[in-house]
Design a binder for this molecule. Sequence first.
Ligand SMILES: O=P(O)(O)OC[C@H]1O[C@H](OP(=O)(O)OP(=O)(O)O)[C@H](O)[C@@H]1O
Ligand code: HPA
Length: 177
Amino acid sequence: MEIQVLDKTFVPFISAERIQNRLEEIATQIERDMQGDIPVFIGVLNGSFMVFSDLIKKYKGDCEMSFVKMASYIGTQSSNQVNQLLGLDIDVTDRTVVIIEDIVDTGNTLVALKKLFDQQRPKQVKICTLCLKPEAYKKDIPLDYVAFEIENKFIVGYGMDYDKFGRNIPEIYQIKE
Ligand SMILES: O=P(O)(O)OC[C@H]1O[C@H](OP(=O)(O)OP(=O)(O)O)[C@H](O)[C@@H]1O
Ligand code: HPA
C-alpha cells in the first residue's frame, strides 16, 4: 500500500522480513571474516540506528561499538557538503573498524568517514551498508558488505528520512514517480 510522507508518495520496496534475512547473512559473513579480531562497529547517525541495532543483535562474537554523526542531505538531495556533528570517542588505532551505514548514495559521506578513520591508523576499515545505489556511487572506496543494491531512486523508512520524517517506518519504501 502507498504511503504519504510530507508532500511525497512512496510505494513498498523492501519488507521487514527481507531486511532481517539479509542482516542475518551479513552478520554471519562478518563473523567469518573477523578471524579472531574483535571489531569496533561504528554506526553513522542518524540514519543507521535501525540497521545498526538489528545487525549487532545478530552478531554472535565479541565486539565494541560507538557512533559518529554526519549529515549532508536537504530533502531528497545531497548538499555535497558533509558536516561532522558528532566525532569519534573511541581509540581505533590498530583495530578492525566496521562502519555501518543505512545507505551509500553519492558516496560523499563515505569519503568523509574514511578520512576521519584513516587519521587514526586502524588495522583495517570495513564498510557495511544496508543499501547501495550503484548508479549514483562513483567513488573508489570498496564496499565490503552490501545487503541490497537498489536503483537510483529516493527511499525512506527503516531509519532513513525524507526531510526528517519517515525514519520510524519498519520497512523500506521507494518514491513514486
Ligand atoms: O552517499 P551519500 O550521498 O553521502 O548519502 C548517504 C548518507 O546520507 C544519509 O545521511 P544524511 O546526511 O541524510 O543524514 P542522516 O543520517 O541524519 O539522515 C545516510 O544516512 C548516509 O549517511
Ligand atoms: O534515498 C535516500 N533516502 C534517504 N536518505 C538518503 N540519503 C542518501 N540517499 C538517501
